[in-house]
Write a protein that binds this ligand. Structure first.
Ligand SMILES: *Cc1c(COP(=O)(O)O)cnc(C)c1O
Length: 534
């Protein structure tokens, strides 16, 4: 969470998002692996502070009122970063407009476009009404908020109004905008039929967008608007920068690799160890570098506490009793096609045979599929149904309702973190970073952040070799099996100190680097400071 670290680093920053009163969903899985979704309602009133101002925006021919709730992200040093959550659930709005800020990733294209009007235009209007008039940089995370550029243009054009916007006005607002693209997967980018855009935004705004080249064969692409409007554009890892340059060849694109919030992702066992041995890590996580000469026995003892905590949680949640002495492999993230959670089940007979020869494994899976993502639902069903062929040789547990609480236990408590995305779809990936902070090495396809964090046999292991041509998924599965059989399992069972060295390097080389503190300081220097780009 960048707001956490902005508070820690005392960066003057304000964040805007939608309220999502209906949350995302709770996941239930039946014995066949079918996912059902239960609404996860919450009450903003208990967690957030209402703010008085109301602003209005135009959607179609309606005036839509927007209010905001304030959440304060506080750092231990007393600095706080406000987050404003926009809410259209007001009696003056039509029943449809009242629902616009209810659902995260919900509804159809039209609902989504209306949400993005609320976020982009409503967001800027709210910030200005709240007194944040002198903002130096508007950072758009993905295209969802890109309509904010229209609000900046309108203010820039002044009495000439939107109808009189000039190329110089665009040039001027570019000085204020920064855009981060987060995914090479096309579903991650919003496309809307041009007719819908004209209807929702009105002729005047649609015309400004048309002149800026945003009407692409009858469709409006929000990402394109973000790119056109920004002085600085970045992807979220070095490899994603290259992918994004291929996707958007007309733009200059840089990269800032993602990171995770150190404190949030260091659950109790390692938190205690670091507090005892390198207390300065709390203010400055780069001190974690000095775990380099920490006694291996301390790493081992602390990891075994984390593993015990995880095994307890698995039993509470699923009734399954895992064995603390067995190599435990974790795979938990969104269930979706390109993440290929079931790649390890490509050849179940081989997997069972290799564990009989070299030492047992047990597998923990978790992850929700988006309600309309059939590819993710198929993967969950496949894993749960294949489990019957695999047990009892290998214990497999698929935990329901993956969330950050569960993530802290799984990322911190397994012995090996598995990641098998289809290259080059993983823009960065973050869960391997969470694992590294807790001394858990990765076995991963070389994509996203792992291209930067991987040193073979030192911080973990690759699936496929660096510098070699890309493999098809069958060969990737073979590489995975070979690494397990000939390298990882023998080391885990026969050279535990050597394995603990890899764990120590995961922290000392990666744990302190792939974090939001480093990430935000790079955003400050490269993206937020003026004098870059335009
Ligand atoms: C970290 C995290 C993710 C993202 O994992 P990736 O490896 O980046 O795909 C998803 N869901 C939860 C609950 C997480 O904590």
């Amino acid at each position: 969470m960048s707001s956490d670290i902005a508070a820690d680093l005392e960066v003057p920053l304000v964040a805007v998002t939608l309220l999502h009163r209906k949350g995302y969903f709770h996941q239930l899985l039946d014995t066949e692996g079918n996912q059902s979704e239960i609404p996860s309602e919450w009450s903003p009133e208990t967690l957030l502070e209402p703010v008085a101002p109301r602003v209005s925006i135009q959607i179609e021919d309606r005036e839509v009122w927007v209010r905001a709730w304030r959440y304060s992200v506080d750092s231990p040093s007393g600095h706080s970063v406000p987050v404003y959550l926009l809410d259209t659930n007001l009696p003056d709005n039509s029943p449809f407009d009242q629902t616009l800020t209810d659902h995260l990733y919900g509804g159809d294209e039209h609902y989504r476009l209306c949400q993005e009007v609320v976020l982009g235009l409503g967001g800027v209007a709210m910030l200005w009404t709240l007194g944040f008039a002198g903002l130096q940089t508007y950072h758009m995370n993905e295209g969802h908020s890109a309509l904010l550029s229209l609000a900046l243009l309108e203010a820039q054009a002044g009495v000439r109004r939107l109808a009189g916007v000039t190329p110089e006005d665009w040039q001027e607002i570019r000085r204020y905008c920064v855009f981060t693209t987060h995914t090479p997967v096309p579903e991650g980018h919003d496309w809307f039929p041009w007719e819908m855009v004209r209807r929702v935004l009105g002729d005047e705004k649609a015309q400004v967008l048309e002149i800026a080249g945003c009407n692409m064969n009858g469709y409006f692409n929000m990402t394109h608007l973000g790119l056109v409007a920004s002085r600085y554009i970045n992807g979220v890892s070095n490899s994603h920068e290259l992918v994004a340059r291929n996707m958007f060849p007309e733009y200059s694109i840089r990269s800032i690799t993602n990171g995770v919030h150190t404190f949030t992702w260091t659950p109790l066992p390692f938190r205690r160890l670091f507090d005892q041995t390198i207390p300065d890590w709390r203010l400055d996580p780069s001190f974690l570098r000095y775990t380099m000469d920490m006694p291996l026995s301390e790493i081992q003892a602390t990891h075994s506490e984390a593993k015990t905590d995880l095994i307890k949680v698995v039993e509470q949640r699923s009734g399954v009793k895992l064995d603390p002495g067995t190599m435990t492999i974790g795979f938990a993230r969104r269930a979706t096609g390109y993440k290929r959670a079931d790649l390890i089940f490509t050849d179940v007979d081989r997997l069972i045979a290799l564990t009989k020869r070299t030492g047992g494994i047990q597998l923990i899976f978790a992850g929700k599929a988006h309600p309309s993502d059939e590819s993710g639902k198929i993967i969950i069903r496949n894993i749960i149904q294949r489990t019957q062929d695999i047990e009892p040789a290998i214990r497999v547990v698929y935990l329901e309702d993956y969330d950050m609480d569960l993530a802290r236990y799984i990322c911190g408590g397994v012995d090996l973190w598995l990641n098998t995305p289809q290259k080059p779809s993983e823009a960065s990936g973050t869960s391997g970073m969470k694992a590294a902070l807790n001394g858990v090495p990765s076995l991963s396809v070389l994509d996203g952040w792992w291209l930067e964090g991987h040193v073979e046999g030192i911080t973990g292991w690759s699936i496929g070799e660096r510098g070699q041509p890309n493999l098809d998924s069958l060969d990737e599965a073979n590489s995975l099996y070979n690494k397990l059989e000939y390298v990882i399992l023998p080391m885990f069972y026969h050279q535990p100190d050597r394995y603990a060295e890899v764990m120590r390097y995961a922290i000392a080389l990666n744990g302190w680097f792939f974090i939001t503190q480093r990430m935000l300081s790079q955003y400050l220097r490269a993206a937020y400071s003026r004098g870059n780009g335009v």
